[in-house]
Write a protein that binds this ligand. Structure first.
Ligand code: LLP
Length: 424
């Protein structure tokens, strides 16, 4: 992997821009993204697919924007040729604002609201990925009322564990996602009988941060099995959505073996003669982002040395929620002696901890540090907990940079609230 964040003259840069400069201009906590990194990831995946699959059978890459849904990032991915995977009315609105056309958008949300279904139909999205009978009926009713046609695919549950943490596994029998072969057959049959619905295929997504590439293979084999079953029962299958889940580098993991992955697509999926779709999220943006934070204080106790930051679990919840590892580095004084810290935020919970016993360059109050690999599921999972305003976001390209999301002000944070007149 090429690293788009590197030290120049002793200061960590995002491409050609010193992070110290961005912290001074925009304050901290600040999410900083490298455009070149996103372009590189998109190209790396596309090139691997081009290498192993014929030109006229290239998958449609639908970026899963839950990973990072800033409209500048979405516009960038659109300019690279990406489609979009959405899971809410809000993500659809962002996609449209970024200029995606409906025919490049797929909706995979689990519990689609009526408003979302309606907005998706108004936009003539490419397809709905469906979980259950009620959802199918709901789409049929709304499509009928609007005199629209909805192409649908059904999500299978391959009973494969793939995700990098219990909470981000989605393809095991006990998970809420997907359906077994019998159920898919039933859903397909029903769909064919419903008004304004056209069943076109099946989908799978086994989880996120799937670092063992081998896990994709049994999931693909299960897909192929179900396609054959559907066809032998007289159903037409012309689309396969093979999901997302590609891992990124958080610490010292190996790069994803894209060659093996693309070869399985070639050997297992291609012969099924279907349009192929993919939904990578994290892979496109994860390594492209850092969360820049300032050290507020160093607090020492009998047993610990705490590095207290100005960012908390409300800004980056992954360590608290999934025990996930993010590399933490000093932005300046990078050759300082290594110290052991517990890195914590200012939130009033012991769970507001980013790292325990972590070896980091010696820092003092006022110094800057970064969390690496924070471009995916960082800002999108941020909250106002402890009434802390949402952080700002900046996009860097070479020596250019631009604020792509202003820091939330205190007034903005409270703007939608009101006091009932009977409360004095
Ligand atoms: N497609 C579907 C149907 C999904 O549910 C997801 C992610 C993706 C695609 C994209 O997966 P990716 O390529 O990004 O792995 N908040 C967690 C990750 C949750 C992923 C949810 N679904 C985290 O911070 O690790």
């Amino acid at each position: 992997m090429i690293d788009f964040f590197s030290a120049k003259n002793g200061i960590l840069h995002a491409e050609d821009v010193p992070l110290t400069h961005l912290a001074t201009e925009f304050g901290t906590p600040l999410y900083v993204y490298s455009q070149a990194s996103i372009e590189y990831q998109f190209k790396t995946l596309s090139d691997a697919l081009k290498k192993h699959l014929p030109a006229d059978r290239q998958p449609l890459l639908c970026y899963a924007c839950k990973a990072n849904s800033n409209i500048a990032i979405l516009s960038l991915l659109k300019s690279l040729g990406s489609g979009l995977e959405i899971v809410s009315e809000g993500e659809l609105a962002r996609g449209l604002k970024a200029g995606f056309e409906g025919q490049k958008i797929i909706s995979t949300s689990f519990g689609k609201s009526k408003a979302e279904i309606s907005a998706c139909l108004d936009t003539d999205i490419l397809q709905f990925n469906i979980e259950c009978v009620d959802e199918l009926n709901s789409i049929s009713e709304t499509a009928k009322a609007k005199n629209k046609q909805a192409d649908v695919v059904f999500r299978i549950n391959p009973d494969v564990a793939g995700g990098g943490h219990d909470k981000i596994n989605t393809g095991r029998k006990e998970d809420k996602f997907g359906n077994n072969a019998d159920k898919i057959l039933e859903l397909y049959k029903l769909a064919e009988s419903l008004d304004n619905i056209q069943p076109v295929g099946v989908s799978v997504h086994i989880g996120s941060q799937v670092f063992n590439v081998q896990s994709f293979k049994p999931a693909f084999e299960k897909l192929a099995e179900i396609v054959k079953l559907l066809r032998s029962n007289g159903h037409e299958v012309r689309v396969l959505d093979i999901g997302g889940g590609f891992p990124i580098i958080y610490n010292d993991e190996n790069n994803l073996d894209l060659d093996s992955y693309a070869q399985w697509v070639r050997d297992i999926i291609l012969p099924l003669d279907v349009d192929i779709q993919m939904e990578p999220g994290r892979y496109m943006v994860g390594n492209a982002g850092v969360l820049l934070s300032r050290v507020e204080y160093i607090k020492t106790t009998d047993v610990r040395q705490f590095m207290v930051l100005d960012s908390g679990m409300n800004d980056l919840i992954r360590p608290a929620l999934y025990e996930s590892f993010h590399l933490i580095e000093a932005v300046e004084h990078r050759d300082a002696e290594i110290e052991t810290y517990d890195v914590v935020g200012p939130i009033c919970e012991s769970g507001d901890i980013f790292a325990k016993n972590r070896q980091i360059q010696n820092v003092n109050a006022g110094d800057l540090v970064v969390f690496r690999s924070a471009g995916a599921y960082g800002y999108t999972m941020a909250s106002n907990y402890n009434s802390r305003p949402l952080p700002a976001e900046v996009l860097v390209s070479g020596n250019q940079y631009k604020l792509i999301n202003k820091r939330q002000s205190l007034d903005e944070m409270m703007a939608r609230e009101s006091i009932p007149e009977w409360v004095k």
